[in-house]
Design a protein. Structure first.
Length: 560
């Protein structure tokens, strides 16, 4: 080989090296100068991952410390279908261990269009651990908290429920979601090239949710639910509701609805069954509303409890003729007797003396037509027609509890005001959030202490020898009122077959400790509040007084 040819080849090789070096240098400059920031982020993301640290949801307790809603350890199972070697073999095994439908599991594991699918959110921890021990490629596991209601159906409509992401969706779980949920934290995981975690850096720890203490007593709540369940079955009713109140503090000791449901199975339950009817639903109260009419007449000074009226069996009001529930001749009744005998004609007579403006004022004063402000979502304010919308016959409807709609908690609170010496107290179901003190409860005077005493005496007569004798409790004086109201007919007027029977009262009447209201919707076989609802009231009240160790105020007295 000649020298010139060798030199030419050397120069060519040097040129190639120069070109390669130049290209490499240009590439390095471009990567380090132009792409450095984005590539740095990509490298960091491959070695560092920021994850959310879930906060534990707070526990809900009843007034005695019994857990009503708790967090339970669960395990979420997920899969990368691209890593599942044979879905036909894996799916039956996964389905058998987790107790899932094999066809649905196979559809998830064979879906290669996705790199991530949930096999089961919040699976049973024991079953998930058994599956994890199989070391199946493509399956992943991470711990989660699952909401659990250990008392099952007790206070289900009050508690509501939290969904799969642990956010409240109904009831108190929804109303108190913020303090219950807490605050999630953040953690950065440092991994090696193979994905193994080398270190973890917690940038902000999770703050667990606050515990909640309720005024609800699960013993009284359970009693109320059992009595309502028996009442609905006994009378073939559509549903029933009960409210148990402390008249002095406004604490709701029980708020029961029948039928109820297991809060752990909320996805399978209809929305209609989940409603807390004591708060959201309204009904025409019938004769229990006569308390307002009589209270207004007494407080306005137009009558005294002893004032006598000669009352016919029926009365003409504008274009309507209204009569008493039971046929009778013309009778002379005192104001006290009008209430104890539940005379429609008598109540209307008092309302006409009072006048519509003063009557509507007293209706508002007792809280009807306004939300009570109870700490529960979805409260209805009821339906009260303003005075300027009244027709000629309205003065004959409203005083006897027709043409007006109230909620059970409104009516219970109105009677609680009488039991509390004339002072209305805002009802509440939340006693305390976390370690804080309870909120100050709103109070206002509705009637004087003297009027409250007179009304209590009248309500005692309702139970002694009036329409509510089936509410008598041995050893205790009971004050209360029956209600029987035909339900409005969608086609106009009132139904002749659908009624709401109710009873509301308090005991011991001489030093009241408990108010109980019971409503029974569409009973069959009987419609009267004194027959259908009064026995349920008696059962709830009697067991509540015994549980609270309330001293008898009528030793030696017997029931009906």
């Amino acid at each position: 080989m000649s020298g010139r040819l060798a030199n030419r080849r050397i120069r060519l090789l040097l040129a190639v090296f120069a070109i390669v070096f130049g290209a490499t240098l240009a590439r390095a400059i471009w990567l380090q100068g132009v792409r450095a920031q984005s590539l740095g982020r990509m490298a960091a993301s491959q070695h560092r991952q920021t994850v959310t640290l879930a906060a534990n949801r707070g526990t809900i307790y009843d007034s005695t410390g019994v857990q009503l809603a708790i967090g339970e350890q669960a395990m979420t199972v997920y899969a990368d279908p691209l890593q599942i070697r044979d879905a036909t073999k894996v799916a039956p095994l996964v389905a058998r261990i987790l107790r899932l439908d094999a066809k649905e599991v196979y559809e998830k594991l064979s879906d290669r269009a996705h790199g991530f699918v949930y096999v089961e959110r919040k699976a049973d921890a024991t079953r998930a651990a058994k599956l994890q021990a199989q070391h199946i490629p493509g399956l992943g596991f991470y711990p989660e908290e699952r909401r659990f209601y250990p008392q099952r159906g007790t206070a289900a409509q009050v508690l509501g429920y939290a969904g799969v992401d642990n956010h409240g969706l109904s009831g108190l779980e929804l109303a108190l979601d913020r303090p219950l949920a807490g605050r999630p934290g953040r953690e950065t995981l440092v991994r090696d090239p193979f994905g193994h975690v080398l270190d973890s850096i917690v940038s902000s720890p999770a703050l667990d949710g606050s515990d909640i203490s309720l005024t609800i007593n699960q013993n009284i709540q359970g009693t109320a639910e059992a009595v309502l369940r028996e009442t609905v079955q006994r009378w073939g009713a559509k549903d029933a509701t009960a409210v148990v109140l402390d008249p002095h503090t406004g604490a709701v000791l029980a708020m029961a609805v029948a039928p109820t449901y297991d809060a752990n199975n909320f996805p399978a339950v209809s929305k209609d069954l989940q409603r807390n009817r004591a708060i959201t639903d309204t009904y025409e109260p019938g004769s229990t509303f006569k308390l307002v009419t009589v209270a207004g007449a007494l407080s306005s000074g137009i009558v005294t409890p002893q004032k006598m009226f000669t009352l016919p069996y029926e009365i003409q009001v504008a274009d309507r003729r209204i009569h008493d529930a039971e046929p009778r001749g013309t009778e002379t009744m005192s104001v006290a007797t009008i209430l104890s005998k539940s005379s429609n004609v008598g109540a209307i007579t008092l309302a006409e003396l009072l006048g519509k403006d003063r009557l509507t004022s007293w209706i508002s004063r007792f809280g009807f037509g306004h939300p009570t402000g109870i700490d529960f979502p979805g409260e209805s304010q009821g339906i009260v027609l303003p005075a300027d919308k009244w027709s000629g016959s309205t003065i004959g409807n409203v005083p006897i509890g027709q043409g007006i709609a109230v909620t059970p908690v409104q009516m219970a609170s109105a009677y609680a005001a009488i039991a509390n010496g004339g002072v209305w107290t805002r009802p509440h179901v939340v006693e305390r959030v976390g370690d804080g003190v309870g909120k100050r409860v709103g109070r206002r005077r509705v009637v004087t202490r003297w009027i409250a005493r007179e009304l209590t005496a009248m309500l005692r007569n309702v139970v002694l020898d009036g329409t509510g004798t089936l509410a008598k409790i041995p050893g205790y004086h009971v004050a209360g009122k029956t209600g029987t109201a035909a339900k409005p007919d969608p086609r106009g007027g009132y139904s002749t077959s659908r009624y709401v029977a109710s009873f509301v009262g308090f005991a011991p009447a001489t030093r009241p400790q408990v108010v109980v209201l019971v409503t029974v919707d569409e009973p069959h076989g009987a419609i009267w509040g004194g027959v259908v609802a009064a026995p349920a009231f008696k059962a709830i009240m009697q067991q509540t007084l015994q549980y609270l160790s309330a001293a008898p105020d009528a030793p030696g007295s017997t029931g009906p």
